[in-house]
Design a protein around this ligand. Structure first.
Ligand SMILES: *[C@@H]1O[C@H](CO)[C@@H](O)[C@H](O)[C@H]1NC(C)=O
Ligand SMILES: *[C@@H]1O[C@H](CO)[C@@H](O)[C@H](O)[C@H]1NC(C)=O
Ligand SMILES: *[C@@H]1O[C@H](CO)[C@@H](O)[C@H](O)[C@H]1NC(C)=O
Length: 349
């Protein structure tokens, strides 16, 4: 009897061990495409635009690489570049592996402004960063685009943000995320005296645009109008203009949650973005040189890990390396939030 019981127990424990093993294996396979739950639209093409000037080519390449490794979709990149960066980009991208080049296209254009008013635009704004204001007319044939600042990296499939396009109602034409949601450290409530959106303002580093609707709205007319009216009070150029427009037209804006454009202010002092803790960070935006300076080592560690990742390397290894590099940084609020992200990606749930 005792023997039989022992045997039964052994078989049972072997079975459960096998079960766990299989489950683990299954989980590991699923994690080759992190955060893909419900994102079955592998055939959908994603169109990303960015402006790359001066010495920003390296960061732009890391942003593009992160987009390509986090999904298997075809990605069209439209980059507005100066002469300094176009050669660097071309030379580097030419050497990317064929299987990557097969699912991307690259359209490089010189930084320019709509012809009708080119001289006026050029003198009004800093050329590189304000390109985003003119995308509806610079890309007249395009319906929709995801504009990305070059100091951003994807930590999950770009489809996550792209699919918000189809969630906009008929009035909404642009989707943006919040600036730091805090009165004491948020930029807009503290330092501005021009109109801005909502209580804390918007960050324009990740901007999803339905260009068709923006053209129908007459977007550029509003850009120039707001600029003329507030130019003496505007400090952050294009982002302030965007905030002022949506102050007056909030119904035109779709606000996506903070983990789709995770800015340093969300964790620099304390954790302000609940979605990031619960669902993970989808896109990090290292503004104010967070990826290259030593102000927020946790964010720099994430960026550096992606920079060092080669296309051929295993994605699971990238996350393992990221976690290791992260854990080498001093304890910080950003480190805590980012390590909860790895719990989601790396552990059996
Ligand atoms: C980039 O390289 C391709 C060929 O590899 C060439 O046709 C194109 O003109 C180059 N573009 C720039 C901006 O250098
Ligand atoms: C953008 O808006 C236009 C006009 O309302 C609409 O036809 C189009 O489907 C929208 N694009 C996307 C991707 O939702
Ligand atoms: C779209 O959503 C915005 C924001 O919630 C709202 O103000 C607007 O009235 C909605 N438009 C339609 C057509 O439902």
């Amino acid at each position: 009897m005792a023997r039989q019981t022992q045997l039964v127990l052994r078989v049972a424990s072997l079975a459960s061990f096998l079960f766990i093993l299989l489950r683990l294996f299954g989980v590991f396979k699923a994690q080759q495409q992190p955060h893909q739950d419900g994102l079955n639209e592998k055939t959908r093409e994603i169109h990303i635009a960015a402006a790359v000037c001066g010495n920003r080519a390296t960061q732009a390449l890391v942003m593009m690489k992160s987009a390509l490794i986090m999904c298997s979709n075809f990605i069209r990149f439209t980059l507005f570049v100066d002469s300094e960066t176009s050669n660097v980009l071309n030379e580097t991208i030419r050497l990317w592996p064929d299987n990557i080049l097969k699912r991307m296209s690259l359209d490089m254009r010189p930084i320019s402004f709509p012809k009708d008013n080119a001289d006026e635009w050029k003198t009004l704004f800093k050329p590189c960063s304000s390109v985003r204001l003119f995308l509806p007319n610079l890309l007249k044939k395009e319906d929709s685009i995801l504009y990305m600042d070059v100091d951003t990296v994807f930590l999950s499939s770009p489809l996550h943000i792209w699919q918000h396009l189809s969630k906009m109602n008929t009035t909404q034409m642009v989707a943006l995320g919040p600036e730091t949601q805090d009165y004491t450290i948020g930029w807009y409530p503290q330092f501005t005296n021009h109109p801005y959106y909502g209580k804390y303002g918007l960050n324009a580093g990740v901007m999803l645009m339905n260009l068709t609707k923006m053209r129908q709205f007459g977007w550029e007319k509003y850009v120039i109008h707001v600029y003329e009216q507030y130019k003496n009070r505007i400090l952050w150029g294009d982002q302030d203009v965007i905030n002022a427009i949506f102050h007056f037209h909030p119904e035109k804006l779709y606000v996506f949650p903070c983990h789709h454009n995770y800015v340093p202010g969300q964790c620099s002092i304390t954790s302000l973005c609940q979605e990031a803790e619960q669902q993970g960070v989808y896109i990090i935006h290292g503004y104010a040189d967070a990826f290259i300076s030593d102000q927020l080592p946790a964010l720099k560690a994430i960026y550096t890990s992606i920079q060092q990742h080669s296309f051929g390397d295993n994605l699971q290894m990238l996350f393992v390396n990221m976690k290791e590099n992260l854990m080498k940084t001093p304890t910080s609020s950003c480190r805590t939030v980012m390590s909860s992200f790895f719990k989601l990606v790396l552990m059996v749930s």
